[in-house]
Design a protein around this ligand. Structure first.
Ligand code: CTP
Length: 406
């Protein structure tokens, strides 16, 4: 049995939420419904109260003695917002707390799922697109609206999916969490190798996929530590955060936090080389034509070192996951290079993706293949980075649950 907050914002699709409430109750969950003020134009509180079996209010100033606006969010195992209107999403993205539902969204550490429903123009408006991106980056699962007949004569994307479909799409959050009691260490972002006080060698990694992995692992019940190297996106709620900048600092942070973890996911793009010398002062142009020659030296391979150190230290993670950002060429495909890398690195799983200027980096979508060292067939995943992260975390859970807890 889960404690679920079912937020309902004021759209005509609120009637479908009544059916979702029934499905949740029939499955044995405790549900507190929080409508926004205008929902009563569509569905009255009597319906929500009768079907949930709990008192219902949209007002922060009702039941003040129980401090509802933080209590419901704090106690929840899961917060659903069905339907999520453009207005509700904008307020949630801005962090407003001007009613009981938005207050609850700010007060919760539980996974949040939003099912948008609105007219196509509103769904495709840059403001809503930006708000959706912000919410997704923060780890909110925003269900893609269905396309079809909307209220009135128009049709297009913006329709609330059927209650049964929404119910099925959140089964992973309703069942026992896959990584309950597990500790997961994730590196995300891209390292910067200093050259002088103002310059560095960096890479295109934004950290979006690593942040999505941290959110997915958290949603799967894990205790997550995220080592962030120059993220372009905010880290998710509810994870412990550690910062590192260069590959050497990242290596130090990984070794400092790896003991006692069940899983290490090396998603950070680690520079293979760093400048041999870091200048104390800014490198100057000496004359009209000269340009400095920068000598590079190899960085340690953190992943391979961790795998090697595990030989003599059983407290290091039983499951180590590498990422391979590959580009295919005449000598081999992306997958050929991935398989070779998996055996070279000695980790349990390798997530392979194809990269390039307009592929993967900085975008919200990804296509990957998860390769297994034990020879299991590869599993592919495509979609938003959170969708991909969920598939990777499922595979990681399958792997770690085959091991006994350390
Ligand atoms: N990695 C690491 N330390 C490094 C380089 C990479 O731990 N110095 C990790 C990355 O976090 C990733 C995996 O190794 O999980 C693969 O990284 P990638 O750069 O794609 O592979 P390389 O080993 O650098 O191989 P190559 O550059 O030859 O493709």
């Amino acid at each position: 049995m889960k404690r679920i907050v079912l937020g309902v914002s004021a759209g005509i699709a609120a009637y479908k939420s009544v059916l979702l409430l029934r499905l949740l109750r029939e499955a044995g969950h405790h549900v507190d419904v929080i409508p926004t003020g205008n929902v009563e134009h569509f569905v009255g509180n009597a319906t929500w109260e009768a079907l949930s079996g709990n008192p219902v209010t949209a007002n922060v100033f009702d039941a003040v003695d129980t401090v509802n606006h933080v209590r419901l969010g704090q106690q929840a195992d899961l917060v659903l917002v069905v339907p999520a209107t453009a207005d509700l999403m904008a307020r949630a993205a801005a962090g407003l707390a001007n009613d009981l539902l938005t207050g609850t969204l700010l007060a919760t550490d539980a996974p949040v799922v939003m099912a948008p429903a609105m007219h196509t123009e509103m769904w495709q408006h840059p403001a809503t697109v930006a708000n959706t991106a912000v919410l997704r980056q923060r780890g909110v699962r925003v269900i893609e609206p269905a396309a079809g007949r909307l209220t009135g004569k128009d049709s297009g994307p913006g329709r609330l999916p059927e209650p049964q479909e929404i119910f099925e799409s959140i089964q992973d959050l309703l069942s026992e969490p896959l990584l309950a009691g597990r500790k997961v260490l994730i590196t995300a972002g891209g390292t910067r190798e200093p050259l002088d006080p103002v310059r560095f060698l960096g890479n295109r990694s934004s950290g979006r996929q690593g942040v999505a992995l941290a959110a997915a692992a958290r949603d799967a019940g894990a205790q997550v530590t995220l080592i962030a190297t120059h993220l372009e996106v905010p880290p998710p709620h509810g994870v412990a955060l550690v910062h590192a900048s260069s590959a050497l600092q990242l290596r130090e942070a990984v070794f400092a936090h790896a003991e006692g973890q069940d899983v290490l996911i090396m998603n950070a793009a680690v520079a293979d080389f760093r400048p041999a010398a870091v200048h104390n002062a800014k490198i100057k142009k000496r004359d009209e034509h000269s340009a400095p020659v920068i000598e590079l030296v190899r960085n340690p391979d953190i992943l391979a070192e961790l795998v090697a150190a595990r030989e003599s230290n059983p407290r290091l993670p039983a499951v180590i996951v590498g990422f391979a950002a590959e580009t295919g060429d005449e000598q081999g495909s992306v997958l050929d290079y991935g398989r070779a890398k998996l055996s070279r690195k000695g980790c349990e799983l390798l997530v392979v993706n194809e990269v390039g200027e307009n592929l993967t980096f900085g975008t919200d979508s990804n296509t990957v293949q998860v390769l297994f060292a034990d020879g299991k067939p590869a599993v592919s995943a495509a979609g938003g980075k959170l969708d991909v992260a969920r598939v990777v975390i499922q595979q990681v859970a399958g792997e770690i649950n085959g091991h006994t807890t350390s």
